[in-house]
Design a protein around this ligand. Structure first.
Ligand code: FES
Ligand code: FES
Length: 158
């Protein structure tokens, strides 16, 4: 099938197997290797990207389901040579250790702020419940999301 979609604001038209996974299209066809494959079964969140403003596990999304959609991957967060607020907040809060979970965490956190710019701690923990981290114990990650939300509130934009 021909897959027409947008990734990180760029339009693509690719010939793909309709049953190939969005994760593989991103990594193998487009060279966007930020989304990671952990479990491949929707359990770990390492492959999370944003599709039309919602966080999705790209290992569970078929290429055919991505047709006409707008996808945002971790590679699309930084702009004009500057890190996104969420990326900076993760660094400032020591929310990254090995980094394997980080792209997925960032995308789940960004999707949360798109729908709820001022989330409670419970809402943050719920939004990140599908993203597993073996290293950090989650506290610094939750603090990073709180900081990014406050920064966005102060600056008045998402
Ligand atoms: S690789 Fe997709 S949820 Fe684990
Ligand atoms: S930083 Fe290592 S899995 Fe999260």
């Amino acid at each position: 099938m021909e897959l027409e979609f947008k990734v990180n604001d760029k339009a693509y038209s690719l010939e793909v197997d309709p049953e190939s996974r969005l994760l593989d299209v991103l990594r193998e066809e487009l060279g966007l290797t930020g989304a990671k494959e952990g479990c491949g079964e929707g359990e770990c969140g390492a492959c999370t990207v944003i599709m039309d403003d919602l966080a999705v596990n790209s290992c569970l999304v078929l290429a055919s389901q991505a047709r006409g959609k707008e996808i945002l991957t971790v590679e699309g967060l930084a702009a004009n040579g500057e890190l996104d607020r969420m990326q900076q907040a993760f660094i400032d809060n020591g929310a990254i250790q090995c980094g394997f979970c980080t792209p997925g965490m960032l995308m789940s956190a960004k999707a949360l702020l798109l729908r709820e710019p001022n989330p409670t701690e419970e809402e943050i923990r719920t939004a990140l419940a599908g993203n597993l981290c073996r290293c950090t114990g989650y506290v610094n990650i939750v603090n990073a999301v709180k900081d990014a939300a406050s920064a966005e509130e102060t600056e008045g934009s998402v």
